[in-house]
Design a protein around this ligand. Structure first.
Ligand SMILES: [Zn+2]
Ligand SMILES: [Zn+2]
Length: 354
């Protein structure tokens, strides 16, 4: 994930202050029956996921759930209590995507309340392989990393780089699948699920047209760009999907964006311009690297790119994310006809010279 420091209007001022003070932001009523509940994440620079509570006549709906840890469970329960609810009042959990910080706690909420869990089918499909029978995915990950040119001595740590987060997810299946444009059954709300693949194949944003808010999950965040990686559980061109999915939400009538991390903000359209600009600059950087070193592997290009710290100081699981991001950009350039790759192992990339 990369920083973007260009100003947009931050409406979550208490959240921004808490971010700067390195403390958890408060549980907040946002009006219109909507609450923001920060749920802490272990071992993460993102610190917390923002769970949104939507009040109903007979309970509450959650957007996202948090990690499956006792600390997260306690924070979610405390947030519900502050809004005047108990965990048994939860009627449904709409999950933006499969990542542990969003999906991890959904199963425990369902157990405690009988709530139904909703997810997009593309994320539901990869769930068993990701969290239940992981051997096949590890094999495919190894082949994938070899193609990228990851050196053999880094292979074993890189291949299992996601395994440490596995305990933070209860691997349960969803009850309801939400497709693009579906209107989940949340009485009193005017919600539409918007399929926004890129960060994950089945990422969903939730738009309430009447309240003019967009719950953007990890698709659009105010400070950082979400990690868009190519890897064995992704679509064939995730960054292209992501850029298309930015356009998809750009025209919505939105007063405030409610992201799953960091803080609430306004100026959705401006933020989208910034995100597009960030990726175009990255594409230029890769073209430049290939001009200087034709025949590089994706791994070699990743090392050449600018990151928030020197490559040798980046943790191996973040190196894998950086590699995935580099590859996602290479695939966009390939689809535009700007670069091509050899078919061997590892694959070597070069400019087409168009
Ligand atoms: Zn995520
Ligand atoms: Zn997240």
């Amino acid at each position: 994930m990369e920083r973007d420091l260009t100003a947009i209007e931050i409406s979550g001022t208490a959240q921004l202050r808490a971010w700067e003070d390195d403390v958890l932001p408060p549980v907040e009523s946002l009006g219109q029956g909507l609450w923001s509940v920060p749920v802490p994440m272990p071992q993460s620079s993102l610190r917390y996921v923002l769970v949104y509570l939507l009040e109903l006549d007979d309970g509450v709906t959650l957007i996202d759930a948090g990690w499956d840890t006792e600390e997260a469970w306690a924070a979610l329960n405390a947030g519900l209590a502050k809004a005047g609810y108990a965990i048994s009042d939860v009627r449904s959990v709409l999950v933006t995507h499969i990542h542990p910080d969003h999906y991890g706690l959904a199963g425990r909420v369902r157990e405690a309340s009988g709530a139904w869990i909703a997810l997009h089918p593309a994320d539901a499909e990869i769930l068993p392989q990701r969290y239940m029978q992981m051997d096949d995915l590890l094999t495919r990950m190894r082949e994938h990393l070899l193609e990228c040119g990851v050196p053999t001595d880094a292979m074993d740590t890189m291949r299992g780089a996601s395994m440490p987060v596995r305990p933070f997810v209860q691997a349960v299946l969803p009850d309801v699948l939400l497709e693009d444009g579906d209107r989940p059954e949340v009485p009193g709300w005017d919600l539409t699920a918007i399929w926004t693949p890129g960060h994950s194949p089945g990422h969903l944003c939730f738009y309430d047209e009447r309240r003019r808010v967009l719950m953007s999950g990890d698709h659009i965040l105010p400070r950082i760009t979400p990690n868009i990686s190519f890897h064995p559980q992704q679509t064939s061109n995730p960054l292209s999907d992501f850029l298309d999915a930015l356009e998809k939400v750009a025209g919505l009538e939105v007063d405030e964006v409610l992201p799953a991390h960091e803080y609430r903000f306004r100026n959705l359209a401006q933020r989208i311009v910034q995100l597009r600009g960030h990726h175009e600059a990255r594409l230029d950087e890769i073209r430049k690297a290939l001009r200087e070193r034709p025949g590089s592997t994706a791994w070699e290009i990743a090392i050449e790119m600018t990151w928030s710290r020197p490559w040798s100081e980046i943790q191996f699981w973040m190196q894998r994310a950086a590699l995935g991001e580099t590859l996602a950009h290479l695939i966009v350039l390939e689809s535009r006809g700007d670069v091509r790759r050899t078919s061997g192992v590892p694959q070597l990339w070069e400019l087409t010279g168009r």
